[in-house]
Design a protein around this ligand. Structure first.
Ligand code: NAD
Length: 487
């Protein structure tokens, strides 16, 4: 298991010698100690990336793509090891790491591997006699900062388009979950990525992250994390006016209408909030129910939530693992009190499970609270297995509730009425809307938010464009230009 920084193609200790304990969220045991990058280490990583940039950006795009395709193959060849590592480090149930995280990571690298030589420029019809063409040029060194909830998958969402487009990368995983990104770096070295093209610098946000965001040689910072940290990233980026891409928090509204297929909606709504213990920016954390079906829905939904199997993430039977840290578990549970203080009603869960086998881990039961749209528990991102139930009577009310937070990331609609579905999907202030499904992602489909959920898009051609600059080139083919200054 790699536990050092990856700089210029080598695993090295932090200059300060400082390390961070990485804990197993299932039982609080120490998995390993990792080197903690600080500003001086980040500087070395940025210098390595800057040195690697000219050759990498001039390499044939198809060759860059081939390296990404080889990486995707290497991920598949090491799938079981990566799945176990991710589950050990993050608490993802192994069945999800096997079925979702690892295949999605490989698929995303493969998608961008295939796209490397397909991002075309344009020829613009300007005045006769001139040729104007637009090239998509890489930005240079990009800094990428990721959170702890899907650390493996985010290596591909972030690095895939950046590398395919010809940039070099310094990526900072969360100090809580650095292990899978270090293993990806090792695989990248094995399949032949040149030294310095990718550098991985685990460390704390206020030191390593801050330095990366403010570094004058970093041309773009791509950040996934909380809205509060996103603001500090914007501030830190101002020194050299680097480009900023922000994937921030969410408070997804998942609306169930009275004509919905209730079996599908109950199951889909549970997946929307309880997958990965609710630690997902797109989680359907507001369950917005039509008053005519709300009680029947909640009976079935509560029964399903109570039956979800909590357990050791490495057990294939486990459907819900622990939260990522003790501190985060305490924060999530504090929202149950917040809800109660404002008159909210606890319908299920709201505490750590009683099982002795889970007592050392950071577990929280699937939790359902009923509240009002303006209550804190319905407005603030809890980022845990806590769903807030809200009721509505008309489509207009449902839409007002859905659009009634400062966030705008994921959203869902369950209805059999096609015209209502499309009409409302267009009116949702959200980057993604799922109709009769939830949490679908694909490397080709743009992912990102509006409002305080951030700006910029991951995946698809949108992401490739976000990692390039448009360069306009003018050629005088046979234009006669009248002299401006007649002498
Ligand atoms: P966080 O903002 O605390 O940390 C995210 C990353 O930023 C970590 O690597 C951290 O070390 C670093 N960081 C912290 N302070 C920093 C600073 N001052 N300067 C630079 N870097 C700093 O978020 P978290 O608690 O790790 O993750 C949960 C949050 O991430 C939630 O709000 C969630 O919605 C959001 N998220 C968003 C998306 C999305 O695509 N929109 C996806 C996943 C998670």
């Amino acid at each position: 298991m790699q536990n050092k920084l990856f700089i210029n193609g080598r695993f090295v200790d932090a200059l300060s010698g400082v390390t961070i304990e990485v804990l197993n969220p299932h039982d609080g045991s120490v998995i390993t100690h990792i080197a903690a990058a600080e500003a001086a280490d980040v500087d070395l990583a940025v210098e390595a990336a800057a040195r690697a940039f000219p050759a990498w950006s001039r390499m044939a795009a198809a060759q860059r793509g081939r390296l990404l395709l080889r990486l995707a193959d290497a991920i598949e060849a090491n799938a079981e090891e990566l799945a176990r590592l991710e589950s050990l480090d993050t608490g993802h149930p192994i069945r999800d790491s096997r079925a979702l995280d690892v295949p999605r990571t490989a698929a995303c690298f493969r998608y961008f591997g295939g796209m490397a030589d397909k991002l075309e420029g344009a020829v613009v019809p300007v005045e006769p006699g001139f040729l104007n063409y637009v090239q998509r040029a890489p930005i240079g060194v990009v800094g990428q900062i990721v959170p702890w909830n899907f650390p493996l998958m985010f290596t591909s969402w972030k690095m895939g388009p950046a590398l395919a487009a010809g940039n070099t990368v310094v990526i900072k995983p969360s100090e809580l979950t650095p292990l899978s990104s270090l293993r990806i770096a090792e695989l990248m070295a094995e399949v032949g990525f040149p030294d310095g093209v990718v550098n991985v610098v685990p460390g704390y946000g206020h030191t390593a992250g801050q330095r990366l965001a403010e570094h004058p040689r970093v041309g773009k910072i791509a950040f996934t994390g909380s809205t509060a940290t996103g603001r500090s990233i914007v501030e830190a980026s101002q020194g050299n006016l680097k480009r900023v891409q922000l994937e921030l928090g969410g408070k997804g509204a998942n609306i169930v209408f009275d004509d919905a297929d209730l079996d599908a909606a109950v199951n889909g709504a549970a997946w929307a909030i309880f997958h990965n213990q609710g630690q997902a920016c797109i989680a359907g954390s507001r369950l917005v129910l039509h008053e005519r079906i709300a009680d029947a829905f909640l009976d079935r939904f509560s029964a399903l939530a109570a039956s979800i199997r909590l357990g050791n993430p490495l057990d294939p039977e486990t459907e819900m693992g622990p939260l990522t840290s003790a501190q985060h578990r305490d924060r999530v549970l504090s929202y149950v009190d917040v809800a109660r203080e404002q008159g909210g009603q606890l319908l299920a869960g709201g505490k750590a499970p009683a099982a002795a086998s889970l007592a050392q881990g950071y577990y929280v039961e699937p939790t359902i609270v009923q509240a009002r749209p303006d209550d804190r528990v319905a407005q603030e991102e809890v980022f845990g297995p806590v769903v807030t139930v809200l009721r509505f009577g008309s489509d207009e009310q449902a839409l007002a509730i859905a659009n009634g937070t400062p966030y705008g990331l994921g959203s869902g609609l369950w209805t059999r009425d096609l015209s209502r579905a499309h009409k409302l999907a267009g009116a949702m202030q959200a980057g993604m809307c799922w109709i009769n499904c939830y949490k679908r992602v694909s490397p080709g489909s743009p992912f990102g938010g509006v409002g305080q959920s951030g700006y910029g898009r991951e995946m698809g051609f949108e992401a490739m464009r976000d990692y390039t600059e448009a360069r306009s080139v003018w050629v005088n083919v046979d234009a006669q230009i009248a002299p401006h200054y007649r002498r």
